[in-house]
Design a protein around this ligand. Structure first.
Ligand code: NAI
Length: 332
């Protein structure tokens, strides 16, 4: 039998946490033959609720779940973890300035970066979910210099999956027959959902999504807007932000990263920019990636038309600006 993998979920008493921990315990994230030990971190005001989640995990009798650490102590939470899913953060509240939210999250991610660096496994793989996801991941990277930068990522897979879902609905095909959409840039409404390389599997093989949809006005307008604004639409409908879809997409992100993407398929991940596609280096930017042997690499050589270029530039500019705001919070 395999040794258990230790998986940290921060903000585990929250909405996404509640949807995510049973998925991990069921093997959705790391596979049906991989035992896990769940580490759950939250803050003191949520401790009772956190213990309730722990009780439910025990009650569900998950065969793969070999242990549970539920704590408000960051060091204990990070001890020897192999995977860290960072869902905890400070939410934007009504009337708050963006900079104030940034400042709270910068201090949280700075502290948790140090704890991961000190206590986690040396090859820990980190996925930041909490918003602003790209910039929280960047702060984490800056303050955990001994963790390889390749091991620090943020979640844009939910946006990627949303784009697949919209295309599948439009074409009235199963979502599993659509692949290779791309989310470029920030996990925010400036993201660019790009269908120019996407394909749909049909009875006569693969065809491009653009030629199959054959409605450029929809693809260049409504489609992009729906994906960019989907988070807000969920909040409006549920009065709560996306949780089951965020949890499921976080599992997709880690599963593909650890176990590899299928041949011929790429997915979107927020990773530390190396300047690929003329994007600014030094930010966490979402790119198309393939994963193999536990490593991701950016898919190279895709054509970028003028329409796409403008959108890449805009989302990159927003990330550069977020980085400046975040850095101004550090120095304060
Ligand atoms: P939530 O408010 O239900 O849960 C957040 C939890 O984090 C709470 O239990 C809170 O006590 C905890 N927390 C706060 N500060 C913490 C700290 N310093 N250490 C550990 N835990 C801490 O929020 P929800 O709905 O679960 O969302 C979590 C985050 O994920 C939010 O920032 C949200 O904006 C983001 N999100 C990101 C998505 C993505 O695709 N990247 C999609 C959906 C949500």
């Amino acid at each position: 039998a395999k040794d258990p993998v230790r998986v940290l979920v921060t903000g585990a008493a929250g909405q996404i946490g509640y949807a995510l921990v049973p998925m991990i315990a069921r093997g959705i994230m790391l596979g049906p033959d991989q035992p896990v030990i769940l580490h759950m971190l939250d803050i003191p005001p949520a401790v009772e609720s956190l213990n309730g989640v722990k009780m439910e995990l025990q009650d569900a009798a998950f065969p793969l779940l070999k242990g549970i650490v539920a704590t408000t102590d960051v060091a204990e939470a990070c001890k020897d973890v192999n995977i860290a899913v960072m869902v905890g953060g400070f939410p934007r509240k009504e009337g708050m300035e963006r900079k104030d939210v940034m400042s709270k999250n910068v201090s949280i991610y700075k502290a948790q970066a140090s704890a991961l660096e000190q206590y986690a496994a040396k090859d820990v793989k980190v996925l930041v979910v909490a918003n602003p996801a790209n910039t929280n991941a960047l702060i984490l990277k800056e303050f955990a210099p001994s963790i390889p930068e390749k091991n620090i990522t943020c979640l844009t897979r939910l946006d990627h999956n949303r784009a697949l879902g919209q295309i599948a609905e439009r074409l009235e095909v199963p979502v599993s027959s659509v692949k290779n959409v791309i989310i470029w840039g920030n996990h925010s409404s400036s993201q660019y959902p790009d269908v120019n390389h996407a394909v749909v599997e049909g009875p006569d093989g693969e065809k491009s999504v653009r030629s199959t949809v054959s409605d450029d006005a929809w693809l260049n307008g409504e489609f992009i807007k729906v994906v960019q604004q989907r988070g807000a639409a969920i909040i409006k409908a549920r009065k709560l932000s996306s949780a089951l879809s965020a949890a499921s997409s976080a599992c997709d992100h880690i599963r593909d990263w650890v176990l590899g993407t299928p041949e011929g398929t790429f997915v979107s991940m927020g990773v530390y920019s190396d300047g690929s596609y003329n994007t600014p280096p030094g930010i966490i930017f979402s790119y198309p990636v393939i994963c193999k042997n536990g490593d991701w690499s950016i898919v190279q050589g895709l054509s970028i038309d003028e329409f796409s270029r403008e959108k890449l530039v805009a989302t990159a500019a927003e990330l550069v600006e977020e980085k400046e705001v975040a850095y101004s919070c550090i120095s304060e």
